[in-house]
Write a protein that binds this ligand. Structure first.
Ligand code: PLP
Length: 462
């Protein structure tokens, strides 16, 4: 048997070799970007909400691997369940058997999600969940058109990318799905106009738009959307890849919006932070439209779907969400977090809004009004529209040891999505960190702005 340990140890001694190898064989631009932004730390261990470097530093994770680490890093129960599964020697992907755990996980997901959702298709990523939703919707309705909301993020495979209007992601990848069209998020009239001709198979949308900067729906929106979809025979598909699994305080975000979708997509946190897995939950009749006869029993399938490690990770994740009451925790901690961050509005001219639900939160900034800041901000914006947001993330990382992320579709928004088990003290660390960075930006101006302009020139191609 190969022994990987000496190789790993040798590699750990020489981090620059790892970087070089990654740059040479995987993605050199990623190494350059992380280095320029000062985020290229040698993380060697991650436990709970904390990330540890080889230099003895500790960071608190308010990015959660884009939402994967809802339970925190290296959860001991999930780890133990996965070790047991590996040691059990049960077959995982025979492709000619009934997987032991898939039915169990599907039943628990359907029970948690709501009465209309009675079947599950498992995949390995959020994008695959979205791709599958497109196929199921088309098969059921016998229509081709998929309607989506501007500003949404649904994944980067061709079908999922077709449901994203943002030019930056689409540019250079050729024609995507032709039968896909967008409406503004929150605009009921536009949605009705798009569905009126009864050509749309599905309206696929996030209940809360994540990459757009945690954009919440207007009051009553989702109930009305469901009524409009029903009126025109269009399926309502909610992409809860990021908002689901208790992130907002309830199992699904849509549970707080009085709406029963026809399909729901889950992924990210369902993995327990270890094994890629996604789940497309749907009505029985939608499932039957695809698996319509014995002859069609595997007409939509994937090699890794329902593999036992992924199923075990999903089951273990649900156990932890329930036993640690992480939904309740997300709700109460989230309320406090937003309340205390909101207290900064008015004290600093650049902070515009704090918004979110549960522990799915964001801070939106605005261009400054005072003359001296206006000039500095203007230079930043000219260098690159994303420079201010990236510099905020970098400074928060360096000064407060908080790892966060700028929203991909709204450069003036910083997303804060910690593990749901984050402690009160760690939330305080983030709140104090945001305050400190704002002080640096608005009161002791030089370092933040001069460093930013240097980095802008180097990293962001300005
Ligand atoms: C809402 C939403 N849908 C779909 C996806 C795509 O998921 P994946 O990256 O697992 O393919 C993402 C990823 O960030 C997402 O946030």
């Amino acid at each position: 048997m190969p022994n990987p340990n000496p190789r790993l140890e040798a590699a750990a001694k020489n981090w620059s070799d790892i970087e070089e190898q990654y740059a040479r064989f995987v993605n050199p631009q990623w190494v350059k970007l992380l280095t320029a932004l000062g985020l290229n730390k040698r993380f060697v261990r991650s436990v709970g909400a904390e990330l540890f470097t080889d230099e003895g530093e500790t960071y608190v994770d308010f990015l959660s691997g884009y939402g994967v680490y809802a339970l925190g890093h290296s959860h001991p129960y999930v780890t133990q369940q996965l070790i047991e599964e590996l040691q059990s020697q049960r077959p995982s992907m025979l492709q000619s058997h009934i997987p032991a755990l898939a039915g169990q996980l599907a039943e628990r997901l359907c029970t948690l999600a709501g009465p209309k959702l009675e079947k599950v298709y498992f995949g390995s990523s959020g994008s695959e969940g979205v791709e599958s939703a497109i196929k199921f919707a088309r098969a059921f309705t016998k229509r081709d058109l998929i309607v989506f909301a501007d500003g949404g993020f649904h994944g980067l495979t061709c079908g999922s990318l077709s449901l994203m209007s943002n030019h930056w992601w689409r540019e250079g990848f050729g024609p995507l799905l032709l039968d896909a069209g967008s409406v503004p998020f929150g605009d009921l009239e536009a949605l009705e106009a798009a569905l009126r001709k009864k050509q749309a198979a599905a309206f696929i949308c996030e209940p809360i738009q994540g990459e757009c900067g945690v954009r919440l729906p207007p009051p009553g929106y989702w109930k009305e959307v469901a009524a409009i979809c029903q009126r025109y025979g269009t399926l309502l598909v909610l992409d809860e890849v990021q908002s689901g699994m208790c992130r907002t305080g309830t199992f699904l975000a849509s549970h707080q919006y009085d709406v029963e979708p026809d399909m729901v997509i889950l992924a990210k946190a369902l993995s327990g932070g270890h094994i890629p897995v996604s789940a497309l939950l749907m009505r029985n009749d939608i499932n039957r439209a695809v698996y319509s006869s014995v002859d069609k029993a595997f007409v939509h399938a994937s090699t890794f779907s329902e593999n036992s490690l992924a199923m075990r990770a999903g089951l273990a994740t649900l156990d932890v969400l329930e036993s640690e009451k992480l939904g309740d925790r997300a709700r109460t901690l989230g309320e406090r977090f937003r309340r205390e961050l909101s207290a900064l509005i008015g004290k600093y001219e650049m902070i515009k809004e704090v918004r979110g639900l549960g522990l799915f939160n964001a801070i939106e900034f605005q261009p400054p009004q005072s003359l001296s800041l206006k000039l500095l901000y203007g230079a930043f914006h000219k260098a690159h529209p994303g420079l201010f947001g990236q510099m905020f993330v970098k400074t928060l990382f360096e000064e407060a040891k908080i790892l966060a992320q700028m929203a991909g579709h709204n450069y003036l928004v910083i997303k804060l999505i910690p593990p749901l088990m984050v402690s009160d003290a760690q939330l305080d660390q983030a709140i104090n960190g945001v305050r400190r960075v704002l002080d640096m930006i608005e009161n002791s101006k030089t370092h933040f702005w001069t460093q930013g302009l240097k980095i802008g020139a180097k990293a962001l191609g300005a």
